[in-house]
Design a protein around this ligand. Structure first.
Ligand code: GLT
Ligand code: MN
Ligand code: MN
Length: 385
């Protein structure tokens, strides 16, 4: 089993992930800021392929254009030297107090206009760095007081912002697509576009739906008590998996961003099996953070752990697919019968054939789908038995 990553695995990390300072709502930072260029060199050493960033992770917020240009040029040089790809970019629309009431959906029109301006400035940087995906995580888009925003009006403003951003990308001829990252809550009490399902429906209402897809995150869907595997499966079915944030999470907790593969093993196993058999060719991007009591080199061990767990699960899912006992259990569960169309398209013949059929529902109800047998094989595979 190969547990050492290679560039072809397309593993990527955000500057804010491994570089997270270990702050939380109850205490100060436990780690120091890592220089973005040093970060990229370390990624290269551990066999990663890509890096992602927020505008403010890379260039000093509020600094002069020449300072920002210097920081950007230095970063570009390091990418060239290491061969690390800039796989995604995004905007920090949550840290500065100006965004406490929202960014694209703040009630204040000037805040909304500033949020779009800040995003466009960084889209231009993303284009320069060749990032194919621009993530939109609406951290502050939401409410604590439901009376403070008419949800339908907030969604109008959200759509207006995305339509404007898409037009900018189209007008400039950039090779960039947007990926919405849903999250149910935190920092807001209730977020707009809280789950994958909400975001998929929202995209259909946009002016350029083909330019917008999803960046689902393990932790966020799990916070909502949903299966991330099912969410990603439907995103793939809708051809909207533009990016993915891998990490781990316990149901019902604050956003934990745990090491990928460290918590929800069965869902993770099914997820990796799905990704490995899918057409998804984007980055396997880890949006995970080392435990807050980890210092020094431990953060790189953590990064290696994320990739290691993915590779282990990929190997196990391959073994699972090749296992004859699994195939037999799947036959019993009628997994393959689900591939047969049920009635086909509506024709008079199809209708008559359906309506004339006498179903023996008592014997249909007596079938044994033997799902426990199949599930035990999943568990045996994960345990390595
Ligand atoms: C933020 C959030 C992440 C998002 C990032 C993109 S930043 O820390 O918790 O899930 O992916 O803005
Ligand atoms: Mn998260
Ligand atoms: Mn994320």
């Amino acid at each position: 089993m190969r547990v050492t990553p290679e560039r072809e695995d397309r593993f990527a990390f955000g500057l804010w992930t491994i570089g997270n300072l270990g702050r939380d709502a109850f205490g100060e930072a436990t780690r120091e800021v890592i220089d973005p260029c040093e970060f990229v060199r370390r990624l290269s050493d551990i066999g990663a392929w890509g890096v992602s960033f927020h505008d403010d992770d890379l260039m000093s917020a509020g600094a002069s254009e020449s300072v920002r240009r210097g920081e950007l040029d230095r970063f570009k040089k390091t990418l060239d030297e290491t061969g690390i790809v800039c796989s995604m970019a995004t905007t920090n629309l949550f840290w500065h107090p100006v965004f406490k009431d929202g960014a694209f959906t703040s009630n204040d029109r000037n805040v909304r206009r500033y949020a779009i301006q800040k995003t466009i400035r960084n889209i231009d940087v993303a284009a320069e760095l060749g990032a194919p995906t621009y993530v939109l995580w609406g951290g502050r888009e939401g409410v604590e007081t439901p009376a403070s925003k008419e949800p339908s009006v907030a969604l109008d403003r959200y759509k207006e912002a995305l339509d404007f951003l898409c037009s900018h990308v189209a007008e400039k001829g950039y090779n960039i697509k947007f990926a919405i990252e849903p999250k149910p809550n935190e920092p807001r009490g209730d977020a707009f576009l809280p789950t994958v399902g909400h975001a998929l429906a929202f995209i259909n209402e946009l002016e350029f739906p083909e330019m917008v897809g999803l960046n689902p995150e393990v932790a966020h869907e799990t916070m909502a008590g949903l299966s991330f595997f099912q969410a990603v499966a439907q995103t793939l079915w809708s051809e909207k998996l533009f990016h993915i944030d891998l990490n781990d999470q316990k149901i019902g907790r604050f956003d934990q961003d745990l090491r990928f593969g460290s918590e929800g093993l069965k869902d993770n196993f099914m997820l990796v099996r799905l990704l490995e058999s899918s057409t998804y060719a984007g980055p396997k991007h880890f949006d995970a953070r080392p435990y807050r009591n980890v210092r020094g080199e431990g953060i790189w061990t953590f990064a290696e752990g994320c990739m290691r767990n993915y590779l282990i699960l990929a190997d196990k899912s391959k073994e699972f697919n090749e296992n004859a006992a699994v195939k037999a259990a799947m036959e019993k569960a009628k997994v393959f019968e689900l591939e047969q169309p049920t009635v086909g398209g509506y024709t008079e013949k199809a209708l008559n054939s359906l309506m004339d059929t006498q179903f023996d529902i008592d014997s249909l109800a007596k079938q044994n789908f033997a799902n426990d047998e199949l599930d035990q094989l999943v568990i045996d595979q994960i345990f390595g038995v």
